[in-house]
Design a protein around this ligand. Structure first.
Ligand code: AMP
Length: 284
């Protein structure tokens, strides 16, 4: 069967039913891969992971206005629907759901889902309401689709923990499958926003992963404060001056950790290169 494109909830439900009842059967499992489009290699890896775990793979493309702040890039977020459909179907996607805004936020929609503790730190500090937007859209997509599995990337590690918590606390019967951060040959975490980088900025950005990797050793030898200073001075030395945060937090719950327990630490950074905000994280 070739890929089915659906643009509303009724279409989504009948497409899933066709797959579950037709070529497959009601026991067939469904995995969802939510995306904002601008499909790249990392999204393809998520689809492949979905395919490995479930019979039916559903990708969604929705640039969710609720998760963008006023001065963020909602209006210029890259859009490439035709190419996205081709890439997603080439890697084995069965259904692509590209909902209209009315199918997600119908008139009178009045709900936000908040995972307050996990959402208030790191990216949540500078992007108020961002994770409420993420939590709300993800809850909607999981419930609209009834997916058995959902695949998310560790590149957005805070988001991944928030979604795991959301699913657990709302008793949504969907298993979250994480995949590790996919990087280009220079180590830069692949992101739709990398498209905003010009050649010179890209060269600068290529240093981020190298610096983060060298922080692993630094942390082994020293402590949190020294490692953060080390990362900061290295970022500054390669010309990354606009640093949003560099933090080391607990890998499982993002809490602040002390220097006595080195087993569960993860380094998180967010920086601006020109006007492009890049995030990355690494287990220390
Ligand atoms: P986005 O379209 O950027 O909202 O991302 C959709 C999904 O792809 C999310 O689960 C992201 O965490 C994941 N993702 C994006 N880039 C990467 C990457 N470089 N490595 C792993 N997962 C990624």
């Amino acid at each position: 069967m070739s890929v089915e494109i659906v643009r509303d909830l009724r279409g989504l439900h009948s497409s899933i039913a066709r797959y579950r009842n037709g070529p497959l059967n009601t026991a067939a499992s469904l995995a969802i891969v939510p995306t904002m489009g601008a499909i790249h290699e990392a999204h393809e890896k998520l689809i492949i992971e979905a395919k490995r775990n479930a019979n039916i793979v559903l990708a969604t493309i929705f640039v969710n206005p609720m998760q963008f702040g006023e001065n963020e890039d909602f209006n210029k977020y890259p859009k490439s629907e035709e190419e996205d459909i081709k890439r997603l179907s080439d890697v084995g996607c069965d259904i692509i759901y590209i909902p209209t805004i009315e199918n997600i936020y119908p008139e009178g929609f009045d709900l936000t889902i908040n995972v307050p503790k996990l959402s208030s730190v790191l990216c949540g500090k500078k992007r108020p309401n961002h994770f409420e937007g993420v939590s709300t859209i993800v809850a909607k997509l999981l419930l609209q689709s009834g997916a058995d599995y959902a695949v998310f990337g560790e590149k957005d590690y805070q988001q991944l923990l928030i979604i795991k918590s959301l699913v657990k606390n709302l008793d949504i019967p969907c298993q979250i499958l994480p995949i590790e951060t996919i990087r280009d040959t220079n180590g830069l975490a692949i992101s739709s926003r990398n498209k905003y980088l010009n050649a010179a900025s890209k060269v600068i950005a290529n240093n981020i992963n190298k610096i983060m990797k060298s922080a692993i050793n630094q942390y082994k030898k020293t402590d949190i404060q020294t490692t953060i200073k080390f990362v900061e001075s290295n970022l500054l030395s390669v010309g990354i001056e606009n640093i949003d945060y560099i933090e080391i937090r607990d890998n499982n719950n993002l809490s602040v950790i002390d220097n006595n327990d080195k087993s569960n630490a993860r380094l998180f950074i967010a920086v601006y290169i020109e006007n492009t905000r890049l995030i990355d994280n690494i287990k220390l």
